[in-house]
Design a protein around this ligand. Structure first.
Ligand code: BDR
Ligand code: CA
Length: 318
């Protein structure tokens, strides 16, 4: 099985990605690192522990990470959707019981540096929150970029944005970190954008089928995704369906055809107040800039929905 470390800001869609990585037989989830993002660090860590406990995987270590962006101040995490609960696809605490397990004493950055540096095994790093942990690990040891087998990032967008008119949340929430990570030399670096995740919609019919599986993961996924569908409906983004961004990344690991990618030069805007956090994806065929990322702008919804159903039929909790 492919060895994976997941970096998350859990979050309903992160939660689905964690369950997928923990339960799919072709993936070996070595550990999970948490970061400030959808909710403050304390809550992303608590939510991550909830998910692993709920699906019967209490042994997968959770390492709490960086509580704020690497440069900017004033972003406390969470509630970037400045609406009431119905408009928030995450909430603060996930709607499953509080965890009976605890986080590790070793922080995320130390864990990433030690694990990626020490191991002769190839590890895929999947980062589906703001990139504060990964950028901090690189500041300690820049050679980490060459040590991982592949970096997969959920972030950015070309024709689609969410948190501002220009930017996607994960990149916007720590743009300097994103800039560091995208230019660090990870090869391959796969960037799964909003353009792709907004094509991989999960409809209410899949939620009903997930619920019908009767497994802990099926039940939880149905609950989390239904919440997202309700929120996205309010925002008039999708009809009776929602993107579940982060799970597109973990699904891609076992079935690459879930997305289609092309190599483009990508840079992150860090200066302009209007467009801060924008991923500038240079799609010009004759661009002379270095093609630093395999960018997913398309995804296959049918394949993703099918994979969710087969993976969450598994029940390690019993
Ligand atoms: C990304 O931002 C986070 O809120 C989600 O969990 C996802 O990783 C979508 O923009
Ligand atoms: Ca996330």
């Amino acid at each position: 099985a492919r060895k994976v470390i997941l970096d998350v800001d859990t979050g309903t869609d992160d939660a689905v990605a964690i369950m997928f990585a923990a339960l799919h037989p072709d993936l070996d989830l070595l550990g999970v690192t948490t970061v400030n993002g959808n909710v403050p660090l304390e809550n992303t860590t608590d939510n991550t522990l909830r998910v692993l406990d709920w699906i019967g995987c209490p042994g997968i270590p959770v390492h709490p990470g960086v509580p704020r962006p690497i440069v900017r101040r004033g972003f406390p995490g969470g509630r970037h959707f400045e609406q009431d609960d119905d408009h928030d696809p995450h909430g603060t605490a996930l709607p499953i019981p509080a965890p009976r397990i605890a986080a590790q004493d070793t922080g995320a950055v130390e864990y990433l540096v030690e694990t990626l540096r020490a191991t002769a095994e190839q590890i895929t790093l999947v980062a589906v929150g703001p990139l504060s942990n990964v950028a901090t690990a690189l500041a300690i040891d820049p050679s980490l970029a060459g040590a991982v087998e592949q970096l997969v990032v959920m972030g950015g967008g070309h024709a689609v944005a969410n948190v501002t008119a220009s930017a996607e949340f994960n990149i916007w929430a720590d743009p300097e970190a994103a800039s560091v990570v995208l230019s660090a030399g990870f090869d391959p670096l796969t960037l799964v954008t909003l353009d792709a995740t907004h094509q991989a919609l999960v409809p209410q019919t899949t939620c009903d089928a997930l619920e019908g599986l009767g497994t802990p993961a099926g039940t939880a996924a149905a609950r989390f995704i239904s919440r997202r569908i309700a929120a996205y409906e309010q925002m008039a983004v999708a009809g009776n369906a929602a993107p579940v961004h982060d799970v597109v990344c973990t699904a891609y690991l076992v079935e690459p055809e879930v997305i289609s990618t092309r190599s483009f030069p990508v840079e992150v805007e860090t200066a302009s107040p209007l467009t801060v956090g924008r991923t500038v994806i240079d799609t010009r065929p004759d661009s002379k800039s270095e093609r630093n990322a395999h960018v997913a702008l398309h995804a296959d919804a049918a394949r993703l929905n099918e994979l969710l159903l087969t993976t969450f039929a598994r029940d390690t909790a019993s």
